[in-house]
Design a protein. Structure first.
Lengths: 560, 310
């Protein structure tokens, strides 16, 4: 083969290559254009396009950012915020969080609870329908919950359903689906039996893991949740289009029983995973809501367009009480008293976060309507003198002349590093204790913490349901979340009672005591609560952001 | 020639197998699991997850399953996006990364070579200093900083281009500029220095003496030799840019495949790690092969089919 021939062949190949690229490019460019509604400036024109498909709607559209592609819209599988924030607007469980963030009627219009607190009978709304017109029936819930508990589904949320009789057995492979005690009495009546009275069960049901699945659709199309074409919704919105990794468009669901309350015609979700970019898109009007980039916190946090809300979650540090010197309670307490949490919140983390003086974050209502945090008061504080005193006593008890070396570990991130360095500084200044810092990549870190290989390490927790026991039960002896070596029969019993006591007031007494014990034993030291900070464009209102749970656009509105 | 190509193909397959095996060994040895979480969980749930993805099997079984999935080009579902297979992710992300990459490379090569030639011809002149000064800046400024500046100036302040996402040709301008500047500068400098060297050689003097036009001397005689080093870096440049760039794709929210390289490892999403590794390696190996052949075309002194036999 001569050189010239070869050159020709290569040229031809290259041309074909580029042509292929161009065709691919056209496809990639065209598909989104059909449904493109993202340009804020010429919304009139865009709405016409959208209105052509759904002529009844006038096209009020909210542009928000989901950050990234949802993990999964299978309610049992997508156990994270990027899946459940959108899903919470596509679907509805038996109960739904209301304006006061309390569990109110959702698909169920009423329910009866047996006297022993074990049997719940839900009456479903006659007008609750799926977006394809099917009625929402009790069997849809039975199907969905058994799907969640099926070990083959491998649902990371399955443990939430262990409160149901037979749930844990089925999930661990010891029982069968038939033994899960949830039954469709008739089309609109669902009965479920729990293993023990569970005061927060109605609240638990607002969690997306308990959403129904249209069993007829799911039996026909097992992966109905993967694409917009097959997705059936029963919430305020339905899935109009879903371009993976790029965007989703939700349209108002006319079949929703409370459709009259829904103001928006469309919701457009972008998937922009860069905090600067999404803020810049907010500036240009391409997004209606955005978060504040960390480095711009000082500049923006006091603005009029900033929404700051509570978010049931805690950043804290775990002590490993199986390692020296943390087998000693006083030394643990000394460390805790030497940390100035207000400074960490105000000058290090910023973003309007609150320092944590207890484990359960504000925003949890007690039975008499007060705040759990206020009721149980401050459990830790900043007191360098007391810290010094406790350290000396502790060292004496252990017979230390010199404190064994302490390593403080955190998973690599800018904020975590800043907090860790501040704590290191505070311990040195207030206590004369020099700790070594160590950062690890998240997965390496998590594994080491699970195996009790870390001495003093960072942790975070976000609640799955709005009850303090969700966090507090982390520290029971056989909890997967323990990660401290802590084991106390007394604490285990408090938590057991805190879950199963039928008298709500008394149940909360157990929980108060459990939290106080956690602070007294100082198994972990709280640092700060999480919050949610959102920039909202002018005219955007009515987005419900609950302390625990997922945002709700049902009542959201946007002035034109 | 055919024999040479067959030989190269065999070597390519062996190389690929070595890469796959090394990747597997590395994956098994890095601590962590895709299911680690700070959130509430428990042992049964974790065990179910591991069983679901065959991670509870002994390593040799996992290895065989891997080889099987690679041999059949079915990498299975992603662990972190379970309703999508790795094939879905790659076949959706690659065309977009490829589109961005091919425009970027075209821009970088054409403008880089031109700028390099001009600088060489105006050696030590004003244009030379100006273009090479800009090239040094282009190499030194990381593309993510350039990207942020471009967005802030051209999208937010002047509102000429959209900020981010991937929809229309207008959406492509900023990411292409941000991505092309670095390679463009490298190519310009490389072209300039080899061009200077070539221009002093005897055969160029000869060509000039023959009375050929300067245009013809430069493009027909000098450029062909001056391009050799550029071709050398093209292989890696192609493979690197066409398979997506994590940072630029993240900043501009471009749904390409660049992120999977980084995120799959952070998340221990084993099937995606495998898929991206195999894909990238195969692509790179093929690119290097093409580069070798292009050498032979540009410079007849290099005998392609003898190189492998040495």
């Amino acid at each position: 083969m001569s050189r010239k021939q070869l050159l020709w062949i290569l040229m031809a190949l290259l041309t074909a290559f580029i042509l292929a690229a161009c065709t691919a490019g056209e496809d990639a460019g065209e598909a989104p254009e059909d449904t493109d509604t993202a340009e804020g400036d010429n919304s009139g024109e865009e709405d016409d396009g959208a209105a052509a498909e759904t002529p009844d709607l006038d096209g009020k559209t909210l542009y928000i950012n989901n950050g990234q592609e949802p993990t999964s819209f299978d309610p049992s599988v997508g156990f994270d915020q990027v899946s459940w924030d959108p899903l919470n607007n596509l679907m509805e469980g038996l109960t739904r969080l209301d304006e006061n963030s309390e569990a109110a009627e959702g698909v169920a219009e009423s329910w009866d609870i047996s006297e022993d607190g074990l049997t719940y009978t839900f009456h479903l709304r006659e007008d609750a329908n799926w977006s394809n017109g099917d009625p929402v029936v009790a069997e849809d819930f039975v199907f969905a919950w058994k799907h969640m508990l099926d070990p083959d589904t491998a649902s990371p949320a399955a443990f939430l359903a262990y409160y149901i009789e037979g749930g844990e057995e089925y999930n661990s492979g010891e029982g069968s689906a038939d033994d899960v005690n949830v039954t469709a009495v008739d089309d609109k009546t669902l009965e479920v039996v729990l293993i023990q009275p569970t005061g927060f069960f109605l609240d638990l049901l607002t969690n997306p893991a308990f959403f129904p699945i249209n069993h007829q659709v799911a039996e026909e199309t097992p992966d109905w949740y993967a694409e917009a074409d097959t997705f059936v919704a029963n919430g305020p919105f339905m899935l109009e289009s879903w371009e993976h990794d790029s965007e989703m468009i939700f349209a108002k669901n006319p079949e929703y029983w409370d459709a009259d309350a829904v103001n928006l015609d469309y919701v457009h979700f972008s998937m922009v995973n860069n905090s600067n970019t999404q803020y810049q898109m907010f500036q240009t009007g391409e997004l209606d809501t955005a978060s504040i980039p960390p480095e711009m916190s000082d500049e923006l946090i006091d603005g009029d367009d900033v929404f700051i809300g509570e978010s049931g979650g805690l950043e804290f540090y775990r002590f490993n009480i199986t390692e020296e010197p943390f087998q000693n309670k006083k030394i643990r307490q000394a460390i805790s008293y030497a940390i100035n949490r207000a400074d960490i919140a105000d000058y290090v983390v910023k973003q309007g976060v609150e320092p944590a003086y207890g484990f359960v974050s504000p925003g949890f209502n007690t039975p008499d309507g007060r705040d759990f945090r206020e009721e149980n008061g401050d459990l830790v504080s900043f007191d360098p003198d007391l810290a010094q005193e406790l350290l000396e006593e502790g060292m004496q008890e252990e017979g230390y002349d010199e404190l064994p070396p302490i390593v403080l570990s955190y998973n690599t991130s800018d904020t975590n590093q800043a907090v860790a360095e501040t704590i290191q500084d505070m311990l040195s200044e207030n206590l004369g204790v020099d700790v070594t810092l160590e950062n690890q990549e998240w997965n390496v870190f998590a594994e080491a913490q699970q195996n009790l290989e870390l001495q003093f390490s960072r942790s975070s927790f976000l609640n799955d349901y709005a009850d303090p026991v969700n966090f507090l039960e982390s520290f029971t002896t056989d909890s997967y979340m323990n990660r401290t070596g802590f084991s106390s029969e007394e604490y285990d019993e408090l938590i057991q009672n805190g879950k199963s006591e039928t008298d709500e007031e008394r149940r909360y007494e157990y929980l108060y005591e459990a939290e106080r014990m956690l602070a007294e034993e100082m198994i972990a030291t709280p640092i700060r609560y999480y919050n949610v900070v959102v920039l909202e464009a002018e005219g955007v209102e009515g987005i419900l952001r609950h302390p625990v749970g997922y945002f709700d656009l049902k009542y959201a509105d946007k002035a034109e | 020639m055919l024999k040479y190509i067959l030989k190269r193909l065999l070597i390519m397959i062996i190389t690929l197998w070595v890469i796959i095996t090394l990747t597997f060994v590395l994956m098994v040895n890095i601590p962590g699991s895709p299911f680690n979480t700070d959130q509430a969980s428990n042992e049964t749930v974790q065990a179910n997850l591991e069983a679901h993805y065959n991670l509870d099997q002994p390593y040799y079984i996992q290895y065989l399953l891997y080889i099987k999935s690679i041999a059949t080009f079915e990498f299975g579902p992603s662990i972190k996006q379970p309703n999508q297979t790795v094939n879905d992710l790659l076949s959706r992300g690659f065309p977009i990364s490829f589109e961005l990459g091919i425009i970027t490379i075209a821009l970088a090569v054409v403008s880089g070579v031109l700028v390099g030639i001009i600088a060489a011809l105006r050696h030590n002149g004003f244009l030379d200093y100006l273009t090479m000064g800009i090239a040094v800046l282009g190499i030194s400024i990381p593309n993510f900083i350039l990207a942020t500046i471009l967005i802030q100036q051209l999208a937010v302040n002047l509102e000429i281009f959209p900020t981010a996402t991937w929809r229309s040709p207008a959406h492509m301008v900023l990411p292409v500029l941000a991505l092309a500047t670095g390679p463009m500068a490298i190519i310009a400098r490389l072209t300039r220095s080899t061009m200077l060297e070539v221009l002093t050689q005897d055969y160029i003097k000869m060509a000039k003496a023959k009375g050929l036009s300067p245009w013809k001397v430069v493009f027909k005689h000098a450029l062909r030799n001056a391009l050799m080093p550029v071709v050398t870096i093209m292989g890696t440049l192609f493979a690197g840019i066409l398979t997506g760039t994590f940072v630029i794709e993240q900043i501009f929210a471009i749904p390409g495949m660049g992120r999977y390289f980084v995120e799959s490892i952070n998340q221990r999403d084993y099937p995606v790690i495998m898929g991206t590794t195999v894909f990238y390696s195969a692509f790179l190996i093929i690119m290097l092969f093409i580069v070798d052949i292009v050498y032979g075309i540009l410079d007849p002194r290099i005998k392609v089919h003898q190189k492998g036999g040495k």
